[in-house]
Design a protein around this ligand. Structure first.
Ligand SMILES: NC(=O)c1ccc[n+]([C@@H]2O[C@H](COP(=O)([O-])OP(=O)(O)OC[C@H]3O[C@@H](n4cnc5c(N)ncnc54)[C@H](OP(=O)(O)O)[C@@H]3O)[C@@H](O)[C@H]2O)c1
Length: 332
C-alpha cells in the first residue's frame, strides 16, 4: 500500500510517498481501508519541526495524523468482528495512506449517504467546534467572535454557533475571498484581522463587547480579543496557530472576564459519555443537512505536499481532503 511520511523537518516537499505493507491492528484497534483523509493545519506545523514553536514538537519519522474516513477491514485481537465492513471516521496516525489503524473506542459510524467531506469532520473537527462553543458556554443571543473562521474548525463553529442560538456571529479571516466565505457559512459580520484596526471593527459591530471569543490563533490576536470581551465575557483558547503562547495578564480579567482552555483529548478523558453523545449529535446534524463541510480541494494521496501547501498558504476555505480511494463523483 501507499503511505506518506517524512524523515526530516522542512517544507511540504519532505512528504515522501512510500510502498509498505498494511499495518496490523493491535488489541483495541481496527484497520481501515481509507476512502478520504481530512488534512489538518497542526500537521503542517509538526512537519516544519521544532522551529514552529514548542507546542509543535514531534519526533521523526513524521507520521501525519488525519481525519480518516474508511471501511473497517480487520479488527485487532479480541476485537468485535461484526465491525468489519462498517464505514467509519477516526482520527489516526500514519493517516495519509491506503490503510490506517485507528483506536476502536473513538470511531464515529458514518451513514452511507454522507459525503466524505462531512464524514471527515466527525472524528475531530466538528466535535472541537461544538465543544469549544459549549465550553464558553455559549448562551442564546450571545455575540460570538470566531477567529480563523474560514478554516476547517472555524467554518463549522460559525454554523454551530447559529444552530445553538447565538445572536451576532463575527468571523475573522485574511483576504476578501475568505471573508466572503465566512459570510456564506452564516457569519453576520466578517472582519479581516490582518488589518491593524480590526479590534475597532469588532467594537463597531458589537458596541457592548462580545460575550464569547473562540481563539486558536494566539499571539496578539488573543491579547486584543481579551479587551473586546463584554462584562461576564468568556474566551475559549484551543490552539495557537501563530506558535506564540501568550501569558494571559490576570489584570485583564478583572473586568469580569474569564478564559478557558480546551483540548479534545482532555475532554474525552474527562467526560467520555458526553463526548460520544456529541459525536452522535453532530452525525445527525450532518445527515439532516443542517451542518455542512465545505470541501476546498480533494486531492490524490500522492499530492499530500499540495494539500499542505494549500493550508500553509492560508488559501483554503473549509476542508482539504486527500482521497486514496479515488476521485469518484461522491468522493468529496
Ligand atoms: N484543542 C484541540 O483539541 C484542537 C483540535 C483540532 C484543532 N485545533 C486547532 O484548531 C485550529 C484550526 O484547525 P484546522 O485544522 O481547522 O485549521 P484551519 O483553520 O483550517 O487552518 C488554520 C487557520 O489559522 C489561521 N492562522 C492564523 N494565524 C496563522 C499563522 N500565523 N499561520 C497560519 N495560519 C494562521 C489561518 O486563517 P487566516 O489566514 O484566515 O488567518 C488558517 O487558515 C488550529 O489552530 C488547530 O491547532 C485544536
Amino acid at each position: 500500500m501507499r503511505r506518506v511520511r517524512y524523515y526530516q523537518y522542512g517544507g511540504p516537499e519532505v512528504l515522501t510517498v512510500e510502498d509498505v505493507d498494511p499495518p496490523a491492528p493491535q488489541a483495541g484497534q481496527v484497520l481501515l481501508r481509507v476512502e478520504a483523509v481530512g488534512v489538518n493545519f497542526v500537521d503542517t506545523r509538526f512537519r516544519r519541526g521544532p522551529g514552529s514553536g514548542s507546542i509543535f514538537e514531534r519526533p521523526l519519522p513524521g507520521r501525519p495524523t488525519g481525519d480518516v474516513v474508511g471501511t473497517i477491514t480487520r479488527v485487532g485481537p479480541g476485537g468485535d468482528a461484526r465491525l468489519i465492513g462498517r464505514r467509519v471516521a477516526a482520527l489516526a496516525e500514519d493517516a495519509y495512506a491506503d490503510y490506517a489503524v485507528a483506536e476502536a473506542q473513538w470511531l464515529a459510524p458514518v451513514p452511507e449517504n454522507l459525503g466524505a467531506g462531512d464524514a471527515s469532520m466527525l472524528a475531530m473537527s466538528a466535535p472541537v467546534a461544538l465543544r469549544v462553543l459549549r465550553s464558553a458556554p455559549l448562551r442564546p443571543g450571545d455575540t460570538v467572535l470566531i477567529h480563523a473562521a474560514a478554516g476547517g474548525v472555524g467554518h463549522l463553529a460559525v454554523q454551530l454557533a447559529k444552530l445553538l442560538g447565538a445572536g451576532t456571529v463575527i468571523g475573522t479571516a485574511r483576504s476578501a475571498r475568505r471573508l466572503d466565505f465566512v459570510r456564506s457559512v452564516g457569519a453576520d459580520v466578517a472582519i479581516d484581522y490582518s488589518e491593524p484596526d480590526w479590534p475597532d471593527r469588532v467594537r463597531a459591530a458589537a458596541p457592548g463587547g462580545v460575550d464569547v471569543v473562540l481563539d486558536a490563533v494566539g499571539g496578539p490576536v488573543l491579547q486584543a480579543s481579551l479587551d473586546l470581551l463584554a462584562p461576564f465575557g468568556r474566551a475559549v483558547v484551543y490552539g495557537a496557530a501563530t506558535g506564540k503562547l501568550e501569558h494571559v495578564p490576570v489584570v485583564s480579567l478583572f473586568a469580569l472576564r474569564s478564559v478557558t482552555g480546551f483540548n479534545l483529548t482532555a475532554w474525552r478523558r474527562a467526560n467520555p459519555d458526553e463526548a460520544r453523545r456529541e459525536m452522535d449529535e453532530l452525525t445527525d446534524l450532518f445527515a439532516a443537512g443542517r451542518l455542512r463541510a465545505t470541501v476546498h480541494a480533494g486531492l490524490p494521496l500522492t499530492e499530500a505536499a499540495t494539500a499542505h501547501q494549500l493550508i500553509e498558504s492560508r488559501s483554503h476555505t473549509g476542508r482539504v481532503l486527500l482521497l486514496p480511494g479515488g476521485l469518484g463523483p461522491g468522493a468529496a
